[in-house]
Write a protein that binds this ligand. Structure first.
Ligand code: SAM
Length: 223
């Protein structure tokens, strides 16, 4: 194993969704950087992996990144995991990857679970071209972003929390029109997984009557 930074995707729900290479790379790492050491600790225990865990999250990444670079340059193997899915996708990781590249440290992101790919494919909306928007800004910059997206012709993918789902869908009606086709995937790979497809109005009607729980990806057709 060449010393480098490995980014290891972990399951987004179903614990069977981890690759053999991900398991082997975690086993061979000198240290595992984890967004939440307790969450990742449970997964590692389930996989029978005992390796030192170090926390790496948005609140300490700026302080720790140079120290991690120094250790990588000395030859330590590091594996970065987030709570779920692919690190650096709406999760910490970008900063460390950028610094590794600046310092000629090899970076390898393993392919694996991420929420937006199954949500996009399940939507049934065109997926030959798409734009991943992640979480919309909550306040500042939100309207500007939505105004820009009014003209977007590619399928758009958004991450959203359950308590903001209806508010976002209603804003999408305002900016994209009530008849725009969309889908909402909830709890992907988990017991209560569901994907609701239809116009924005139809999807709002479905969720308006429910207590909305779980993790959510919204996919909206382009213009
Ligand atoms: N790194 C992750 C990835 O690769 O998808 C994303 C992390 S981001 C902090 C968490 C968001 O991803 C959730 O709010 C939700 O929008 C989406 N997500 C994660 N797991 C999901 C699941 N099982 N079903 C639906 N959406 C999910």
């Amino acid at each position: 194993m060449t010393p480098k930074l490995y980014l290891i995707p972990t399951p987004i729900g179903n614990l069977e969704d981890i690759t053999l290479r991900a398991i082997n790379t975690l086993k061979n790492a000198d240290v595992i950087l984890a967004e939440d050491t307790r969450t990742s600790g449970h997964l590692l225990k389930h996989l029978g992996i005992t390796k030192p865990l170090q926390s790496y999250h948005i609140h300490n990444e700026h302080q720790t990144v140079q120290k991690l670079i120094a250790r990588l340059l000395k030859g330590e193997n590091m594996a970065l995991v987030s709570d779920a899915g692919t690190p650096a996708i709406s999760d910490p990781g970008f900063l460390l990857v950028r610094e590794c590249i600046k310092n000629n440290i090899e970076v390898e992101c393993l392919p694996g679970p991420t929420a937006f790919v199954p949500a996009l494919v399940n939507s049934g909306l065109p997926n030959d071209r798409f734009t991943f928007e992640g979480f919309l800004p909550h306040k500042k910059g939100r309207q500007t972003r939505l105004t820009q997206l009014k003209e977007e012709e590619r399928t758009m993918i958004f991450y959203e929390s359950p308590h903001r789902l209806l508010k976002s869908l209603e804003q999408f009606v305002e900016y994209f029109g009530a008849d725009r086709q969309a889908s909402v995937s909830r709890e992907l790979t988990k017991v209560y997984e569901e994907t609701i497809r239809g116009t924005l109005t139809e999807i709002i009607a479905y969720f308006a009557e429910k207590t909305i729980k779980g993790e959510i990806v919204i996919v909206v057709s382009g213009k």
